[in-house]
Ligand binder design. Structure first.
Ligand code: DAH
Length: 344
């Protein structure tokens, strides 16, 4: 005959020693499980006489219940202890100051882009952004820069494969716009975006920067329209007293081409370090859209004409805010960026 008393004592001791709920669960399986020690006792049944069997069954059941209630008691005890430990561990001090949420502010390049966009939207222009990755055709060929053209060397860029590259100028957006609009008139768009060039970074150069390009095509569009538009731009960005001047220049996609200077907004044209003593600051390149460009996009240059300009957003931002190094825009120094809160 099994010794009920021993088994009861053994179970009680082991239950009392259980460290945590998982220990206890193992004991429950060991004693009360289908193949557990208590169930095992039933195997003795077959050796017993008919008279002994009922009593034996009762004893096994009593043991089962006894062990079960011990386990339940211990479970409650352990659960409470664990809860107390958690409460202790997860204590929070509600008198500590909270974590401050800092609100960000617009990046200076974003502020300038928005200001330029607003200005041109007010003149009836559409804002169109393109993809950063373009193919050779739209970046160069359509802009009248064939494969062997020396202007390609100046804009050597980051090629994805033989035919696709990160756009070297927003002119690539214009070329798509022109083709998609042809032969409808008028076209009035500004195209802002990031551009990429192989370059050695220094205070005024960055291999990635931003441009905004303008394009107008209609009947009888002349350099006078361009001049009026750019004068408006210069005055909005740098003050009502600004004058502009055109200097002859060269771009493959415009003819004639000009560089545009604006009178220095620091010294009012008298000459100072910002304008290197000349009284003038160069702000952008522009010109009359080259007939080849119009023709390639599907327009007849005999029947329409246009002007285009391309402005560097960083350059405008540097002049406007007196920033001395283009790299400030990209190094994510919060002290620099927070300065621009007041311009939002
Ligand atoms: N694409 C020129 C550049 O990357 C800028 C430019 C000059 C754009 C004259 C124009 C333009 O549309 O007419 O430097």
């Amino acid at each position: 005959m099994p010794n009920f008393e021993d088994l009861r004592k053994e179970a009680a001791e082991r239950i009392a020693q259980a460290q945590d709920l998982s220990d206890l669960n193992q004991l429950r399986v060991q004693y009360l499980g289908k193949k557990g020690k208590v169930q095992d006792l039933m195997k003795n049944m077959k050796n017993l006489s008919k008279e002994e069997k009922p009593q034996f069954g009762k004893d096994v059941n009593a043991l089962k219940q006894h062990v079960a209630s011990r386990i339940e008691e211990k479970r409650e005890e352990l659960a409470e202890a664990e809860m107390n430990m958690r409460i202790e561990r997860e204590k929070i001090d509600i008198t500590l100051p909270g974590r401050r949420q800092t609100a960000g502010n617009l990046h200076p390049l974003h502020i300038v882009t928005q200001e330029l966009e607003d200005l041109f939207i007010g003149l009836g222009y559409q804002v169109i952004e393109g993809n950063d990755i373009v193919d050779d055709e739209y970046c160069f060929e359509r802009a009248n820069i064939p494969k062997d053209h020396p202007a390609r060397a100046m804009q050597d860029s980051l090629y994805i494969d033989e035919n696709n590259l990160l756009r070297t100028h927003t002119t690539a957006i214009q070329m798509k716009v022109l083709e998609q609009a042809a032969p409808n008139l008028p076209i009035k768009v500004v195209c802002p975006g990031k551009v990429y060039r192989r370059d050695d970074d220094d205070a005024t150069h960055s291999h990635q920067f931003m441009q905004m390009e303008g394009l107008v095509v209609d009947r009888h569009i002349t350099l006078a329209d361009l001049k009026g538009t750019l004068e408006f731009l210069a005055r909005k960005m740098f003050g009502q007293d600004r004058q502009i001047r055109f200097r002859p220049s060269y771009f493959p996609f415009t003819e004639p081409s000009v560089e545009v200077d604006v009178t220095c907004h620091i010294c009012n044209g008298k000459g100072c370090p910002t304008c290197k003593g000349t009284g003038w600051i160069e702000i952008l390149g522009a010109g009359e859209v080259h007939p080849n460009v119009l023709r390639m996009a599907g327009y007849d240059p005999e029947k329409c004409s246009g002007f285009a300009f391309g402005v560097g957003i960083e350059r405008i931002a540097m002049l406007k805010y007196g920033v001395d190094d283009i790299r400030h825009f990209y190094t994510n120094d919060k002290r620099f960026e927070e300065t621009f809160k007041r311009f939002e």
